[in-house]
Design a protein around this ligand. Sequence first.
Ligand SMILES: Cc1cc2nc3c(=O)[nH]c(=O)nc-3n(C[C@H](O)[C@H](O)[C@H](O)COP(=O)(O)OP(=O)(O)OC[C@H]3O[C@@H](n4cnc5c(N)ncnc54)[C@H](O)[C@@H]3O)c2cc1C
Length: 340
Amino acid sequence: MTGGTAPRVAVIGAGLAGVSAARWLVQAGANVAVLEKSAGVGGRMATRRRDGWNADHGVPAFAAHTAAFAAEVARWQATGWVAAHGTGWIGVPTMHAPVRGLAAGLALTTAITVRALQRSPAGWHLHAEAQAGPQVYGPFDALVLAIPLPQAQALLRTVPGTDRLLALLQPGNAAIDPCWTLLVRHASPWMPPVPLAVVPPLAKVVPQAGRAGRADDAWVLHAQADWSRTHLEADPAWITASLLTAFASMGAPVPVATTVHRWRYAQGGLTVSPTDLWWPDLRLALCGDGLIPLAIPASSTSASAPAVSAGLAGVEAAWHSARAVLPALCAALALPVAID
Ligand SMILES: Cc1cc2nc3c(=O)[nH]c(=O)nc-3n(C[C@H](O)[C@H](O)[C@H](O)COP(=O)(O)OP(=O)(O)OC[C@H]3O[C@@H](n4cnc5c(N)ncnc54)[C@H](O)[C@@H]3O)c2cc1C
């Protein structure tokens, strides 16, 4: 960082954690570049578009247990980015709507995969792959890794001096479940029997009816985590047939269209101390749902759930992890903490 200029920070990953961290860093005065390998933002907060129909193939709905995240979600609702759905929340008209809203105005590069990291006295350089060919970004005064744990580890293995950090992250891998997901469209909305008993290897079946912007004749089927792990490398056609057989045995009609998606890293994480999210010697911050900050400050929890960290997961954990790493990161960059 040179005197008088804004510190430069790279954020890898434009899911909720990365975009939230980037937005707060920009508000604090940093010069932030966000790099994302997909064509758009949102990560696992995702809606798949098909010819004439949409369905949510990532998180089906998320909860807000803590007062701080509930306040954030209330702001999203006021802006029209989310709507209440059952006991939780969904993005409208797509699951990634809140992340897209938060990302407005950020310096974001999509369709670029960071393949290797390089640390030198000048700062961080990122070696990335885009359609146009290899690219190098940097130097950056600090780096934020906002990607699933195993992907973070793969990048950190390219950096000397990260052994202690890699050892901390390693147990998290076992906690992250994969999920084979099948999107199914019927010729007309299917009214299932009530109650609907889910047949293995399905874990959950999610109707898209009642979700603004989604096809009301579509369902999203989630396979069980263990089954997904066992069959992670199986032929997608076999996965489709297996999940459809289970769905048919629940009484579902034959679909007119299907799309299968493999989430190699769907859900789960490791509970860590907030101090483990910022590595001062490396000028490296970690966030995302894979690293659930232990002991969310009492002031940010609702009175009815004072020790909420233990149950924090998914979208809410991703948001809290970004929030938890901000104070140390901003302090190191001599910036004020600016969380709105
Ligand atoms: C099937 C399924 C069901 C779920 N159910 C629930 C639920 O019921 N409740 C709940 O709260 N949560 C649920 N989740 C989890 C929830 O979606 C995630 O916890 C949350 O979206 C994670 O946000 P994140 O920002 O940490 O990571 P992500 O959303 O994964 O964002 C990380 C981003 O980094 C990008 N990236 C990765 N590697 C690189 C690289 N090398 N270079 C550039 N970019 C890179 C990815 O493309 C991605 O966009 C579910 C997820 C799935 C898939």
